[in-house]
Design a protein around this ligand. Structure first.
Ligand code: HEC
Ligand code: HEC
Length: 507
């Protein structure tokens, strides 16, 4: 069903993206033909060479996604209590897993330089080295400066928008759902015996591009304590000992609920799950690990059809107390709303019927939501020792490069127009109109069109939260600088970009 894309007409009418132009690769998804053969021409071009938009088109069609097996019991007339042969479903999904993952890896390799190149001196707050350098691949024959000299129209007409700047699809767009990093799966299993592994799919991004784990926790109420995680992932097993002397009972109970699993999407007790064994579900802090993020991903629930749903990278909850908009697109107006909403609808893809089958957990606004929200609002940004009380650099503590970078940020680079001090957000949404640079297209089953308005994410503590943008399409801060330089048409020099990076690292 997903293979007949709504987009086929548009795609074939655009030369740079047409099936015919897509190398020797089949545009369709010839089932049965091993992926390695289909990708052979890509390999032959060499992995370090720059990639053009046309190459990405070779991976436009969705990965395989078998339909559920026929109902085996329950109401056979299409009612809500139909049940399938779970073993058959599992076998079909497991069989297509290698091809699905190879397709996504081929796409990532087209978009990015994924090599391990840790920074020698810059780490996240807890000590994990940042991956350094621009990782998005340039089109053949261009430098970042020469590409930025072209107008959006020229870049679009010639198909020169770097593949890594396009929206990033979910690793299995037609199926979607929650995916957790391996380090988190292992730690939760070890501590609590709960298994967050999916049999059909793993998270696609290498761990070096994800936030540190477990991340430190800073409380607005107890800055004197520094990191209160004691280097542990906070779970139902250890939260009480860690927090009983520094939280009041209501906050402690809110934290308990944030750590308690409830049936969600792929993790539940029924056939419609993607875990081997029936699962008690997922906790808020399985994605917002230690109140931050572990890079877990899923699809937004509120867009249809499936191919248009955005991938979303888990946001940090640090500093959620100073924010006024919640969610990258939905613009919910309180942490309480978001907390209730995540449980009732978002996970379940905006489908109350499916949610009911898996087991509803309506939270009581006064007794439960309030405590959960109150704890979230205690989560502080990590310390930024070089920032003054106005959120700008203290000239006595900052380096020359950092100060020059601050000038670029608030001046020529235009960043400060949206990312306002002291927290580096204007609490608004902006439509960056990135689609000025490319023709709408299908990427691994995801429709890349216009993103629409997205929230101005907070940049305080930003070095701790890779990957970047709502869908995690940018792997390093250097990538974000090239992205905004192109999108805002600011023509920054190489030196200005270096200084800007130095400044972003102080936030
Ligand atoms: C599967 C991973 C996952 C789980 C589980 C999860 N979240 Fe989230 N959370 C996200 C993502 C992704 C976003 C960004 C959503 C968007 O962009 O629309 C988010 C956004 C939020 C926000 C808005 C923050 C902001 O700055 O905009 C809040 C608050 C939040 N989550 C709280 C919770 C609570 C409370 C729970 C448990 C009831 C929870 N989350 C469970 C992934 C998750
Ligand atoms: C017109 C408003 C605007 C300007 C100007 C702007 N940004 Fe942003 N910024 C945004 C929006 C909106 C997003 C979210 C975009 C998305 O997720 O698709 C964002 C996201 C980001 C992110 C990723 C945040 C995260 O948590 O993933 C970084 C880093 C960033 N901006 C840095 C910059 C820098 C550096 C500049 C200047 C060179 C800049 N921005 C200029 C609005 C702006």
């Amino acid at each position: 069903m997903m293979r007949t894309s709504h987009f086929a007409g548009t795609r074939t009418s655009v030369p740079g993206w047409s099936c015919a132009a897509a190398l020797a690769l089949a545009c369709g998804n010839p089932s049965g033909q091993p992926l390695t053969e289909r990708n052979a021409p890509l390999e032959a071009e060499g992995t370090t060479a720059a990639r053009s938009a046309a190459q990405q088109a070779s991976l436009s069609e969705p990965p395989p996604n078998s339909p559920p097996p026929p109902a085996m019991c329950g109401d056979q007339n299409g009612g809500g209590d139909q049940h399938v042969d779970f073993a058959a479903l599992r076998a079909a999904k497991v069989a297509e897993k290698p091809e699905v993952e190879q397709r996504q890896l081929a796409l990532l390799e087209l978009r990015y330089d994924l090599s391990d190149n840790p920074s020698a001196d810059v780490t996240m707050t807890g000590g994990k080295p940042l991956q350094s350098g621009v990782r998005v691949r340039l089109p053949e024959g261009f430098t970042w400066e020469s590409l930025a000299a072209l107008s959006p129209e020229e870049i679009r007409a010639q198909g020169l928008f770097p593949a890594g700047f396009f929206p990033l699809p979910h690793p299995k767009q037609p199926e979607g759902g929650m995916l957790f990093p391996e380090f988190h799966i292992e730690e939760v299993l070890a501590q609590t015996g709960r298994d967050l592994r999916r049999f059909d799919l793993d998270l696609d991004l290498p761990e070096r591009f994800l936030p540190e784990f477990p991340p430190p926790i800073f409380l607005t109420t107890r800055p004197d304590l520094g990191d209160v995680s004691q280097g542990q992932l906070v779970t139902t097993e250890n939260f009480y000992e860690l927090f009983k002397c520094i939280l009041n009972p209501k906050q402690l109970d809110g934290l308990r609920l944030l750590l308690t699993p409830f049936a969600q999407q792929q993790f539940n007790l029924i056939d419609d799950r993607r875990s081997d064994r029936p699962s008690l579900g997922v906790a808020c802090f399985d994605c917002h690990a230690n109140g931050h993020t572990n890079g877990a991903t899923h699809l937004v629930g509120d867009v249809r059809p499936q191919e248009s749903r955005h991938r979303i990278d888990t946001v940090s909850l640090r500093g959620v107390n100073i924010q006024q908009l919640f969610g990258s697109q939905r613009a919910l107006s309180s942490v309480e709303d978001f907390t209730e909403f995540e449980q009732r609808a978002a996970y379940f893809d905006g489908d109350p019927v499916l949610a009911t089958k898996k087991g509803l957990n309506p939270l009581d606004r006064g007794a439960q939501v309030q405590g959960m929200a109150e704890f979230q609002k205690l989560l502080d940004f990590p310390p930024a020792p070089r920032l003054d009380i106005d959120g700008r650099l203290d000239p006595a503590l900052a380096s020359d490069a950092e100060l020059r970078g601050q000038d670029v940020f608030f001046g020529k680079g235009r960043c400060g127009e949206c990312h306002e001090a002291p927290y580096y957000t204007d609490q608004l949404m902006h439509d960056l109109k990135v689609e000025r640079f490319y023709e709408p297209t299908l990427i691994n089953g995801m429709r890349a069109g216009a993103d629409g308005p997205i929230k101005t994410f907070v940049l305080r503590g930003i070095k701790d939260s890779p990957p970047y943008l709502h869908d995690g399409r940018l792997l390093t801060l250097e990538d974000t600088i090239e992205f905004f330089n192109l999108v805002l048409e600011t023509q920054l020099t190489a030196g200005e970009k270096q200084d800007l990076l130095a400044f972003l690292l102080t936030l």
